[in-house]
Design a protein around this ligand. Structure first.
Ligand SMILES: Cc1cc2nc3c(=O)[nH]c(=O)nc-3n(C[C@H](O)[C@H](O)[C@H](O)COP(=O)(O)O)c2cc1C
Length: 334
């Protein structure tokens, strides 16, 4: 995968620059700048956009697929859902009515989602505070401060889970968190004993995708691919997980492509709602990358009726100082 360029302007979008007098295509391109700021697995940004005057199609970019870590492409489709959600929130902010069709795209050429835009369709609605934080959201990979997130706060966050058929479950008790921690440790040990898994992770670190300077990224690529003992990763993951007072798990009726995209939409809504409340969030995906630990996670959620598709941890922490880089708009337009 190519080294990701770091245009300083990616996160610096001024809504006043929305090209109201431009063409329909210009306006939709402007909205896509918000979609690009979505989180994605390993910051791969596995998306491309095709724009016409009243329609945006979201396509996969299979050249960015993490074939070892994300063998079933679940995380890639969830990432697309995150980008879709930003696009829809931005569209509503600028007064569009939208209709999203979930299609069957499984290759680069077939769209995964087609969104139709009707200008001037939404009037008189209260401004959506989530729009304001799209440019402030970021994943917090650090250790959290351990203070509890009150039940009422979790209940408010659960209101983000409005996609049909999806459920959000919380694990907040010490026993449940310790069991999840054991699953994460197991997943780390198995996955990191695979040289191909390490190589793939080392390669993406080496592109600078996580926002590290070139020298650190290059050293990181080498260390992850060849040197670092698995126990270093597990220790860091253990510390991070046990510092998190709440673990959320988004479940869907089945692991279908449409379900995965909708899980991504909910994940992004949760990220934005957490940002608004000053909470830190980080997806914890490795437990779903291994059959054995995926089953273990399902067993931890006795009340669920669907399958777990995205776990994440939540808590309080100082926000990271920098944003991760993004591909440029030109790079992702088809
Ligand atoms: C589907 C999905 C899975 C992810 N899984 C993990 C994960 O297992 N561990 C992690 O630290 N971050 C995970 N992330 C967060 C990404 O690393 C992060 O979004 C990306 O590096 C971009 O950074 P940002 O979210 O700060 O913009 C995941 C994100 C998505 C959308």
């Amino acid at each position: 995968m190519d080294v990701i360029p770091q245009p300083p302007s990616s996160w610096d979008i001024n809504p006043a620059d929305f090209p109201r007098r431009g063409t329909g295509t210009d306006r939709l391109r402007f909205l896509i700048r918000y979609a690009l700021l979505a989180p994605s697995t390993r910051n791969t940004q596995p998306w491309r956009f095709r724009v016409t005057t009243d329609c945006v199609e979201l396509h996969l970019d299979l050249s960015r697929w993490q074939r070892i870590a994300d063998a079933d492409q679940r995380e890639m489709f969830i990432s697309l859902g995150c980008a879709l959600e930003n696009l829809l929130i931005a569209a509503t902010h600028f007064g569009y009515r939208t209709a999203a069709d979930y299609l069957s795209g499984v290759d680069d050429d077939t769209p995964v989602v087609r969104v139709r835009f009707e200008a001037g369709g939404v009037t008189g609605t209260a401004p959506d505070a989530r729009f304001e934080v799209i440019t402030r959201r970021r994943t917090n990979h650090g250790v959290y401060d351990g203070t509890a997130v009150p039940r009422e706060e979790l209940a408010r966050l659960s209101e983000s889970c409005i996609e049909p058929g999806l459920e959000l479950h919380w694990i907040t008790d010490d026993v449940g968190r310790a069991k999840l921690d054991a699953l994460v440790m197991r997943a780390d040990a198995v996955l990191l004993s695979d040289a191909d898994y390490r190589h793939e992770l080392g390669e993406i670190i080496g592109t600078g995708a996580f926002g590290t300077p070139w020298v650190i990224a290059t050293l990181g690529r080498f260390a992850v691919s060849h040197l670092m003992p698995a126990s270093r990763f597990s220790k860091a993951d253990h510390k991070a997980l046990m510092s998190s007072p709440a673990i959320g798990v988004i479940c869907a009726p089945a692991s279908t492509r449409q379900g995965q995209v909708r899980v991504g939409q909910v994940l992004e809504r949760l990220y934005l709602a957490a940002t608004l409340r000053g909470l830190a969030l980080q997806p914890v995906s490795q437990v779903l990358q291994l059959d054995e630990t995926r089953e273990g996670l399902s067993a931890l959620l006795p009340g669920r009726s669907g399958v777990p598709l995205q776990p994440f941890r939540l808590g309080h922490a100082a926000p990271p100082r920098t944003h991760t880089p993004r591909r440029s708009l030109d790079d992702v337009l088809r």
